[in-house]
Design a protein. Structure first.
Ligand code: NAD
Length: 724
């Protein structure tokens, strides 16, 4: 791999072009800052240099500060490796340099990359360049003056939107806002930037130091008001993390006391934030997601993904229509098969609804939407299956039906066609039992709503070929999902690890804990819904079906709550029919429904598990632990059986499939912050008090007694080896 470097070329026109080169995105590695200082010193010294154009190699300006440095800081705790660049590079070298700098932006200018550009005296960009300050997604704030210069260039409200919500914009939008001075065709970028730099020297264009500008900031009372509102919004949208409020503090400091004060505070706060749990969790989540694309014996054996141009989907219900939507939005042709024309029409209408919904929420251009809708064709038989590259079956969770469909498609499709199922629980070997095509059978497990949720769990059996796995991973990436390859077992990785989530909530409820207290605590912890509200949203039928399946496979540790059956008997089915644990009214937050309380009492009486007939007394922290430690326990079994390639895959899957808070790093990372020993001892205590549901797994016990983190690689058992 080529070393990161900074190159300088001086033209006859007296402009030095300084280029950041660190493929693939010109990340700002530590040596890049040294290189910049060195080249700038030379440029300032040389008499034949009048001005500087700063740019990036190979069509990209810079993707920002090198995130590997954060990882090193977290691992070592050694803050001395972090260079001070805000004053020494952005202010002293670029902004206060005695010769002007124009940044020539193309491809992307993100994070620290954009901050260097903000410190330049003008910015010229190629069309469609992505500009943004996404630092808050890594638990920190912009650290090279971004919090000070961005509001000064584009005004406070827009700057807050870009930073607090980590929302990137294009160079065209940047031009309208004043972030970019001109957008020019890519092939003219360098020429136009050089000319702009010379124009500054010749005083034909202004020499602007953005840190000194105040014209776009508004009056002090206005600023105070905007920041106050932003604080309230951030408080609601971003719980349990410090960086949003810290970012607002720093911006406020700079506006009230001046840009340079702001820069000093920004540097200090940036360094403090790096070592917070939130930053550690978010950086871990970032690297975990990146690692999922490396699958031993699949991605590293020289295979190339085959083209998947046409996909048939069987079943146009909730999942089938969502999957079809995701495919057509990425230009993959879809054949949708249903059992009759009424259901087919319903499926097509659902796809239309999904696509038009994106348009009305301004997430998709109308032209693109119309084009996508031309990519789907409905059918009631298999005649259109003769040239499809992949089938995704998404019919109801019924074994004989799925077996029959797989036997049929084996005959109807070409021999190269991938035969995938969206089953959420059924063993894929069982589904493919009546075929001879085991090597091309695979699970394509999407999460609902399939066109929105980012996770694609790819389930391989012992017989699925590496080529088929790679092809599906590639399709996943094309349709903008994060594919995570897992092994075949009941519930696969995510549903398997999280099946105790709602069961422990029901167990606690029957031990006398208040239902709404449980939900409130879990959402305070950071999951979007508590376990009972989640059941309301999914519908109680799902809870009945999945409990049955998990009870069959893991009867030693399932808690069968009589409550759901009781609710269904009383005509309640959650949010779907407006009768759940909560009252759902349009435009307002769900409210606890007191009318479920008598049913809860009846359910408690039926199984009568409260010790001495009295509700147990538990702290808020214990409630969270009693719900999430059983999940960690099952996740340990998932690791032990080698269902995932690495522990961090389960972190990614828990974040993207279950919305586990990313700032906690994922289920295993979070568990390791608590410690295997504490989790083990707690589960052991509860299993003594409340039964086998809490019994610690062998893996957890071993890790706890030997003092090894749960995330450390598992000693692969023969079963795990066979699976992967
Ligand atoms: P659904 O009931 O909404 O849709 C199933 C559709 O399949 C129906 O429209 C039905 O008419 C159609 N169908 C049945 N037999 C067919 C056949 N022979 N040919 C063509 N179409 C046929 O079900 P769903 O919620 O979309 O679930 C589908 C699958 O996805 C199940 O295996 C389920 O376990 C899995 N899944 C569901 C979710 C979820 O949240 N609902 C999440 C992940 C996976």
């Amino acid at each position: 791999m080529r070393q990161p470097r900074v190159i300088m070329e001086v033209g006859d026109d007296g402009v030095a072009v300084i280029t950041i080169s660190n493929p693939p995105v010109n990340a700002l590695a530590l040596t890049i800052f040294d290189g910049l200082k060195e080249k700038y010193a030379e440029a300032m010294r040389r008499d034949d240099v009048k001005a500087v154009v700063l740019t990036g190699d190979a069509g990209k300006f810079s993707g920002g500060f090198d995130i590997n440095v954060f990882e090193r800081l977290h691992r070592t705790g050694d803050s001395s490796i972090l260079p001070e660049t805000s004053i020494s590079v952005a202010v002293n070298v670029i902004e206060d340099g005695k010769k002007p700098t124009v940044s020539a932006l193309q491809g992307l200018a993100l994070g620290g990359g954009l901050e260097l550009a903000l410190a330049s005296h003008a910015r010229i960009a190629a069309p469609n360049t992505l500009l943004g300050l996404p630092e808050l997604t890594l638990g920190v704030i912009p650290g090279s003056g971004g919090t000070q210069r961005l509001p000064r260039l584009i005004g406070l409200p827009k700057a807050l939107e870009l930073m607090l919500f980590s929302k990137p914009i294009t160079s065209e939008e940047g031009n309208d806002l004043g972030l970019v001075d001109a957008v020019v065709p890519s092939n003219e970028l360098l020429k136009a930037s050089r000319q702009w730099a010379l124009d500054i020297i010749e005083r034909r264009k202004p020499w602007i130091r953005s840190l000194h500008r105040i014209d776009k900031l508004g009056s002090l009372p206005e600023v105070v008001d905007i920041i106050k509102t932003a604080r309230q919004q951030a408080n609601q949208s971003f719980i349990n993390v410090p960086q949003h409020q810290a970012c607002l503090d720093v911006i406020e400091e700079g506006i009230i006391h001046g840009g340079y004060h702001g820069i000093l505070k920004e540097s200090k706060v940036f360094k403090d934030l790096i070592f917070t749990d939130a930053s550690k969790g978010l950086v871990h989540a970032f690297f975990s997601q990146r690692a999922t694309s490396k699958v031993p014996n699949v991605s590293d054996i020289g295979l190339k993904p085959r083209k998947i141009l046409k996909v048939a989907i069987i079943g146009g219900g909730l999942m089938g229509s969502g999957i079809a939507t995701a495919l057509i939005l990425s230009d993959i042709y879809v054949i949708l098969k249903e059992i009759n024309s009424e259901y087919l029409l319903k499926g097509i209408k659902a796809i239309e609804g999904n696509v038009r919904g994106l348009v009305s929420r301004k997430r998709l251009a109308k032209v693109k939407a119309e084009k996508a809708l031309l990519m789907v064709k409905g059918t009631l038989d298999y005649s259109d299956f003769k040239d499809v590259d992949m089938v995704i079956e998404a019919v109801v969770e019924h074994i004989p039906l799925k077996q029959k469909i797989f036997a049929d498609i084996e005959k109807a499709c070409p021999p190269h066609c991938i035969l995938a199922s969206n089953t959420s629980t059924i063993d894929l070997n069982v589904i493919g039992e009546k075929t001879k095509s085991q090597d091309r059978i695979i699970g394509a497990h999407f999460f609902s709503p399939a066109h929105v949720m980012p996770l694609l769990e790819i389930v391989r059996t012992e017989k699925t070929s590496a080529q088929v796995i790679l092809d599906l991973m590639n399709v996943g990436k094309i349709i903008k999902k994060v594919p995570v390859v897992v092994g075949n077992c009941t519930g696969f990785a995510v549903n398997r690890a999280f099946f105790p989530y709602s069961q422990s909530a029901h167990l606690l409820l029957h031990l006398g804990v208040d239902i709404f207290r449980i939900d409130q605590l879990i959402s305070n912890f950071g999951l979007p819904f508590g376990p009972f509200q989640l059941q309301d949203v999914a519908g109680y039928g799902v809870a009945v079906a999945t409990t049955k399946i998990f009870h069959t496979s893991f009867s030693d540790r399932t808690f069968q709550s009589p409550l759901v059956g009781l609710l269904l008997k009383n005509g309640r089915n959650g949010k779907n029919n407006g009768k759940g644990y909560y009252i759902y009214e349009k435009g307002s937050k769900p409210k606890p429904d007191p009318s479920v309380l008598p049913m809860i009492e009846e359910s408690r009486r039926t199984i009568n598990i409260m010790p001495g007939g009295k509700p147990i007394s538990v702290t808020d922290e214990e409630i969270i632990q009693m719900i999430l430690f059983p999940v960690v326990n099952e996740a340990c079994r998932v690791l032990d059986e080698g269902v995932v390639v690495r522990a961090s895959d389960l972190d990614t899957a828990s974040i993207l499939g279950m919305s586990f808070p990313s700032y906690r790093g994922g289920i295993i990372f979070w568990a390791d912050t608590i410690g295997a020993d504490i989790i083990y001892k707690s589960l052991q205590k509860w299993s003594g008090l409340y039964g086998n549901f809490f019994r610690p797994s062998r893996y957890l016990e071993e890790r706890a007694t030997r003092g090894i983190p749960l995330s450390a690689p598992a000693a692969t058992s023969p079963a795990a080896k066979a699976r992967l």
